[in-house]
Design a protein around this ligand. Structure first.
Ligand code: DI6
Ligand code: FE
Length: 399
């Protein structure tokens, strides 16, 4: 099917900049972009259909490159407790926090996890998301991590979205390994990762490198096994303290290092040299009322690609809108609307190893795009919330 899309302006996001084409025309064929440029330069051709976009601004489909969408239960009760002055440490000591989500996730059936995650994912899709990364990490046993990863695969099969799965077994210490972190890491390395990768459930491997989670040495053991299994790695790093996890990630050519509030300039240099994408998560920064800002000037100075994501999870970022993260990235982290939009398109695609096929409107890339009824591209970061009027096209077909 060869389609001509016209009567629009395009922010193509090529090379991570707006790269605007006014009065643009887009030719798609069999799910890919065949041609894009000024309508007046359109080469003569026959089309199966011509579609007018009513003066819309067209961007690449949005990509949420860091989510924990699949989990049981919710933690709004903890939200209320913290507003009454109860600390995270007190909540965790009383069995709350990640541990409570692990219990609820282990108790939920695969169908129950699918149903609740589907509802949350539909919220992201209504906001213009056409690709998403989803992590495991609330099972913390082979059986429960497998259950989550199977749900992640099923979400990509049953909904109009490209889904990448990430195994985050090294998210927290399960109760059966209390005070035995090294033994749990050994279990991940010798049992969980080989089995889950062998079942085709894993596209990348992640870990939580933090003083209250796993050390750089423990993370490196997981990275070595991921490397042996031919799987790319990512890392939750420098969220609450500086352990130089992002430099470790760079040494393993990680696709991304994520959070990064406490990263140093030397971490930024290492990430720039390895091409590791900095994924900033303003929802967690906001929800935790953090004060330590990620070092934007270091990231810009050293040319580190910056992505933005929702970090959708029940504890620190119950965020159901990627577009709201654009505003938070600008308002809280002082990114420009252009940087923020690149952060949920081209740079987000690169953070998922999809930079050659997704993330910008260029010939040869997948024809995932959104036609927004807005006045200018910055409107996507400007308007807080709501469901902006839009038309979503995925693989060249309007949803
Ligand atoms: N960093 C976070 O903010 C979340 N996980 C992580 O590695 C917290 C997840 C939770 O509180 O449920
Ligand atoms: Fe996260």
């Amino acid at each position: 099917m060869k389609t001509l899309w016209q009567n629009c302006n395009a922010a193509t996001m090529a090379n991570g900049t707006y790269s605007i084409i006014e009065d643009a025309a887009i030719v798609t064929r069999d799910g890919y972009i065949e041609w894009i440029g000024p309508r007046l330069h359109l080469p003569p051709a026959e089309y199966d259909q011509t579609i007018g976009l009513e003066g819309a601004w067209v961007t690449p489909g949005l990509i949420d490159c860091h989510t924990h969408t699949v989990f049981g239960g919710n933690r709004s009760g903890e939200f209320e407790q913290r507003l009454q002055g109860v600390s995270y440490a007190e909540i965790a000591a009383a069995g709350g926090g990640i541990a409570s989500t692990v219990r609820a996730t282990r108790a939920a059936s695969e169908d129950e996890l699918f149903a609740s995650a589907r509802q949350r994912l539909l919220c992201l899709l209504r906001d213009g998301v056409t690709s998403v990364e989803i992590k495991s990490g609330y099972g913390l046993s082979l059986e429960s991590e497998r259950k989550i990863l199977r749900v992640i695969r099923r979400l990509g099969q049953e909904l109009p979205v490209t889904v990448r799965s990430t195994c985050l077994a090294a998210h927290a210490l399960p109760p059966e390994y209390k005070d035995r972190a090294d033994d749990y890491i050994e279990h991940i390395c010798t049992e969980m990762l080989p089995a889950l990768a062998g079942e085709g459930l894993v596209d990348a491997v992640d870990a939580f490198c933090e003083y209250l989670a796993f050390s750089p040495a423990q993370v490196e053991r997981v990275f070595k096994v991921a490397q042996q299994l031919g799987l790319p790695v990512k890392l939750h790093a420098e969220q609450l303290s500086s352990l130089h996890g992002s430099s470790l990630a760079a040494r393993y050519q990680a696709l991304s290092a994520d959070h990064l509030e406490f990263m140093t300039e030397e971490d930024a240099v290492a990430m720039a040299q390895s091409g590791t994408v900095a994924v900033l998560l303003p929802g967690a920064f906001y929800f935790l009322r953090e004060t330590q800002l990620p070092p934007m000037e270091s990231l810009r100075k050293h040319g580190v690609k910056i992505a933005i994501a929702s970090d959708l999870n029940p504890g620190t970022s119950p965020a159901l809108s990627l577009r709201l993260m654009l505003n938070m990235a600008c308002t809280l982290f002082r990114m420009t609307p252009e940087e923020a939009l690149a952060g949920v398109t081209q740079h987000a695609a690169t953070a998922l190893g999809m930079g050659d096929t997704h993330g910008s409107l260029e010939p040869g890339k997948v024809a995932d795009f959104v036609a927004w009824n807005i006045d200018r591209p910055a409107d996507l970061a400007y308007w807080l919330g709501a469901d902006l009027d839009k038309r979503v096209v995925r693989n060249g077909v309007e949803l």
